[in-house]
Write a protein that binds this ligand. Sequence first.
Ligand SMILES: CC(C)(COP(=O)(O)OP(=O)(O)OC[C@H]1O[C@@H](n2cnc3c(N)ncnc32)[C@H](O)[C@@H]1OP(=O)(O)O)[C@@H](O)C(=O)NCCC(=O)NCCS
Length: 216
Amino acid sequence: MYAWHDGGDSYTVVSGRLRPVSSDDPQTRQDTTTRDADMITAINTDRLVLRNYQDRDAAALLEYRANPTVHCFARERLGSLAAAQRDIREKSGDDLQLAVCTKDDDRLIGSVFAEFDQPDTYGVGWNFNPTFGGLGYATEAAIAFLNHLFHDRQARRIYAYVEDDNLPSQRLCERLGMRQEALYREFISFVNNADGTKHYENTREYAILRKEWRQV
Ligand SMILES: CC(C)(COP(=O)(O)OP(=O)(O)OC[C@H]1O[C@@H](n2cnc3c(N)ncnc32)[C@H](O)[C@@H]1OP(=O)(O)O)[C@@H](O)C(=O)NCCC(=O)NCCS
């Protein structure tokens, strides 16, 4: 269970979604007081807050989505602030797509996300602004996110696909305690080669079970 009440902003669950609490909105006010058992609000770590995307995140999102550094995000390239704003509007109601922000100034520095596979498995991913790389932020966010999935969403198994040449993401999986379970040869194609043929990725699968997860 996580709660965030910081700098005048509060978050609560409304109709199963993370929502900012407005003191003059009867719907959210009622939810705050009557649905404490459901509250996941936002996720706090020492240095970070994981929360739903907000309109104000658009410029910071564009910073790292305009020039993807890995092939798997090539198709998610954002070409303008308007495209970033549209992307945020699409994701802002999804509690499995979270903005990772510095706690001090609520600045978006990266993203963590998950896909739910029935009945109890999640595939996870992350994408961070390289300006904030090498400081342990992605690790800190991913620990909190996996903790949330295992404990608040009762995940039994969490996996991640990582391209064979993506060493930073592999190290992140390993810091989380995930084990490499497979290497799929020419698993998927995100980009084309110079001659127009598909470029296929060799993809690793990492995974961890709830019973293996540390208590954070
Ligand atoms: C994958 C990705 C999130 C990893 O970012 P990162 O900066 O290496 O990860 P962290 O922020 O956790 O920083 C960890 C590094 O900082 C160092 N570090 C410094 N201070 C630290 C601290 N307080 N806590 C933990 N690590 C710290 C670690 O030693 C580590 O360095 P190393 O990997 O050389 O050993 C990032 O490269 C990224 O977003 N890439 C583009 C998108 C992508 O590839 N997504 C995954 C697709 S499968």
